[in-house]
Design a protein around this ligand. Structure first.
Ligand code: NAD
Length: 360
């Protein structure tokens, strides 16, 4: 079936889609701006070998909409946007490609602010920074915030504690068993917070060296990657891929809580309903994994790591609010997270209807 761009934009209320082409650098990029009710649209730039243009456009649109919800739920004054560059991040990167892209970002006059994402790095953000100030996540040597993963992991840890409080009446993770799937950028920091607090860790990754490092450093128990879903634990922390809660994995789960960094954890919304029926508390992904965006957003005021991490710690309260809305509206937590974001966007959009005079 043909993908109808305007139909999709109308259905999900998108504001703008920009196609960027630069002959000399070979740049083919797409910038999607979903919603700017709360402020400029912030979201990373993904570089990927998309098979078709439709696939790239749909990915940019889908990810931009996700950012609107993530920032709104995190209490940030930011809208949702995302960019994709069509190309192979292992072969097609160059200074001129990212600078050409930076010039397109600049042309949007701050309506869109970019950052790192899958396939792009701190160095690439540095090239973009040469052409526009509307970029976050460049090197700390530019006064930027650098790698967002420590902040994401810190936020996941705080959100996990809020979930523990909800289920066990106490936010302490001491003695709790946490099964961590994926020991990459986020997972490797998360296990350190958990170990320091005295949690028992069961870990897995598809790379044996990453598992070995964590086992040696924090004394975790390693399991095969296919066995992680069925282990006896209090909390399952997906920090690898999306769609890991699905028809196949759901019957295996023995945890009481799901709380991790991965995006799009539920394969389908119905899996969120099934988790609720099974008595497993799902901590919605875009609320608990917002530490990275909260951290980069701090750059807009001149980056201060201590202040940024204090804000990230607020994920504890945000997760609690989600649970309150779920109880108030008698809905599963994944829906409550959307309600929380939409309520904030609508309230702020309403106060902005007041005319402030011609110089405002
Ligand atoms: P990463 O690529 O550094 O780490 C992912 C890890 O998962 C890798 O070590 C990989 O080997 C492992 N993995 C892949 N498939 C696996 C499987 N089947 N079983 C076990 N392990 C597997 O990525 P990351 O930056 O740590 O991000 C992890 C997740 O969190 C992703 O879903 C990402 O979208 C999400 N996220 C990350 C950030 C951030 O700040 N990095 C922010 C928000 C959300």
């Amino acid at each position: 079936m043909k993908f109808e761009v305007f139909e999709y934009m109308e259905k999900y209320q998108f504001e703008q889609l920009v196609l960027c082409h630069d002959q000399s650098s070979g740049l083919r990029a797409i910038i999607a701006i979903h919603n700017t009710f709360l402020g400029p649209a912030l979201g990373g730039t993904r570089m990927w070998t998309y098979q078709t243009e439709d696939e790239a456009i749909l990915d940019a649109l889908r990810l931009a909409r996700g950012m609107t919800y993530k920032s709104a739920a995190a209490g940030l004054n930011l809208g949702g946007g995302k960019a994709v560059i069509i190309g192979d991040p292992r072969k097609d990167k160059s200074e001129e490609l990212f600078r050409a892209f930076g010039r397109y970002v600049e042309s949007l006059n701050g309506r869109y602010i970019t950052a790192e994402d899958v396939g792009t790095s701190v160095q690439d953000m540095g090239y973009i920074f040469m052409e526009t100030k509307h970029v976050t996540g460049a090197s700390t040597s530019f006064g930027a915030s650098g790698d967002p993963s420590p902040a994401t992991a810190f936020g996941v840890w705080k959100g996990m504690k809020a979930a523990a409080k909800e289920v066990y009446g106490n936010s302490s993770l001491t003695g709790k068993t946490v099964a961590v799937q994926g020991l990459g950028h986020v997972g490797s920091y998360l296990v350190k917070h958990l170990a320091e607090e005295g949690a028992k860790l069961i870990v897995t990754d598809i790379y044996e060296d990453r598992v070995k490092t964590v086992v040696d450093e924090v004394g975790a128990t390693a399991v095969d990657s296919k066995d992680i879903y069925g282990v006896e634990c209090d909390i399952f922390a997906p920090c690898a891929l999306g769609a890991v809660i699905n028809d196949e994995t759901l019957p295996q789960l023995k945890c009481k809580i799901i709380a991790g960094s991965a995006n799009n954890v539920l394969k389908e919304e119905s899996h969120g309903d099934l988790l609720e029926q099974k008595g497993i508390l799902y901590t919605p992904d875009f609320v608990i994994n917002a530490g990275g965006v909260i951290n980069v957003a701090d750059e807009l005021q001149g980056y201060n790591r201590e202040r940024a991490f204090q804000r990230v710690a607020g994920i504890y309260e945000n997760v609690q609010k989600v649970f309150e809305i779920a109880k108030r509206d008698k809905i599963p937590t994944y829906k409550a997270a959307e309600v929380m974001a939409e309520e904030r966007m609508n309230k702020i959009a309403r106060i902005k209807r007041t005319y402030l005079g011609e110089h405002c």
